[in-house]
Ligand binder design. Structure first.
Ligand SMILES: Cc1cc2nc3c(=O)[nH]c(=O)nc-3n(C[C@H](O)[C@H](O)[C@H](O)COP(=O)(O)OP(=O)(O)OC[C@H]3O[C@@H](n4cnc5c(N)ncnc54)[C@H](O)[C@@H]3O)c2cc1C
Length: 358
């Protein structure tokens, strides 16, 4: 048995769903395949929130951020609330605050520099050693609400999202115009054919140079009477807030390739050793006295990174690849989806040079 589709998107994380939504906006009826059930925790996109941090100084990321912002705005409100909670974000640490401020202002994005003293008096639960960048135009993205809304819009436009449908084979079965996508649990006769194929998956199929990375963020409740802003501290950890505040040292955690077909699932238990926990607690004690490090709850997560941490947005033949979004991809998702849709629909389209495979 075989049936046809216009575009197959492999991977129903935020990048696959964003790509499919963008394709649907352009009049196509994409079919998304994901190996696990809706809401699963086996990838990188689960959870309540992600940091919507705009403190980038590289033009290609800022371009992607601006494009993403258009998409977030177009997605509108869910349950009476925007998908982006723009309550502001502070950035401090080993970073050139002045450069980022200039780049953001050049693009019409709010940014201002505060002295350490000014910042400390505004956010008493945090300590600052030097200048601090504050942007009102940042905060958090409501991650699980965004996934639900993307799927709703894909289906409303006539597309499909097929959960618990692992793809085991992608191949060019009909010359250059068709690719076969085979479900892992189906025989040869259960192929679906597509004219184009987008791949926006993560840990199970890392790109050639990528490895799976498992980090260990921890959730910390604020202590009474202290105010803690959403913070992006580039001294060490990157803390996306979720239930409580999350702290993570993105350089820690296990690295390596994950099994291609996922017979072994990643362990659910966090792997942080004592010294990593201690370092994180020391960091919180020193820089975020408004949090209680003793109450930290470790959680594990998996994401893929390239060697230089740059995203991969490219095309090989008729296959479009989006991968390597590491620990900071979520905020860019609608921009990534728009770029991958361009690559799928326009053979002359190219992503920004740093995002290309070579
Ligand atoms: C704990 C954590 C905190 C983070 N914090 C932030 C943050 O604060 N801000 C930010 O911007 N970003 C953050 N990120 C990064 C961001 O969440 C990721 O970059 C993003 O979710 C990646 O999305 P994805 O769709 O590429 O990957 P995934 O969500 O992993 O999706 C890939 C999907 O592909 C499916 N799949 C794989 N193989 C197959 C197959 N053979 N057949 C069918 N389906 C398949 C998987 O089941 C999976 O659902 C964080 C990530 C983690 C894990």
């Amino acid at each position: 048995m075989s049936d046809s589709m216009e575009v197959a998107v492999i991977g129903g994380g935020v990048m696959g769903l964003s790509t499919a939504w963008e394709l649907a906006r352009r009049g196509l009826k994409p079919v998304v395949f994901d190996r696990f059930a809706r809401g699963h925790h086996q990838g990188a996109s689960h959870g309540a929130t992600r940091n919507f941090n705009n403190a980038y100084d590289e033009e290609h990321y800022l371009d992607l951020l601006v494009r993403a912002r258009e998409g977030w705005n177009a997605l509108g409100q869910v349950d009476g609330e925007p998908l982006l909670r723009l309550h502001g974000l502070v950035t401090h640490g080993d970073v050139d605050v002045a450069v980022i401020e200039r780049r953001l202002i050049d693009r019409g994005i709010h940014a201002e520099t505060l002295t350490a003293g000014e910042a400390s008096s505004r956010w008493s639960g945090m300590r600052f050693g030097d200048d601090v960048l504050f942007s009102r135009d940042a905060g958090v993205a409501r991650a699980s609400a965004a996934l639900g809304e993307l799927e709703r819009r894909i289906v409303a436009a006539g597309g499909e999202v097929r959960w618990e449908t692992p793809v085991a084979h992608r191949g060019d079965r009909r010359g250059r115009r068709h690719h076969a996508v085979r479900r892992a649990d189906a025989g040869r006769r259960r192929r679906r054919h597509g004219r184009r194929l987008d791949r926006a998956d993560a840990a199970r199929h890392p790109p050639a140079s990528a490895g799976g990375h498992r980090g260990v963020p921890r959730a910390l409740p604020p202590q009474r009477g202290r105010r803690v802003a959403v913070v992006q501290s580039l001294r060490r950890p990157r803390p996306p807030p979720g239930d409580g505040l999350r702290h993570a040292d993105a350089r820690r955690g296990r690295q390596g390739r994950l099994p291609p077909r996922g017979r072994r699932r990643r362990p659910r238990c966090p792997s942080a050793r004592g010294h990593a926990r201690g370092a994180l607690a020391d960091y919180v004690r020193e820089w975020m006295p408004g949090l209680d490090p003793a109450s930290a709850v470790p959680v594990s997560c998996t994401y893929t990174s390239t060697d230089d941490s740059a995203f991969v947005l490219d095309r090989r033949g008729r296959i479009v690849v989006g991968a390597g979004f590491s620990g900071h991809g979520f905020k860019f998702a609608p921009g990534v989806g728009a770029t991958l849709a361009d690559l799928a629909l326009d053979p002359t389209a190219l992503a920004a040079a740093p995002f290309r495979l070579s």
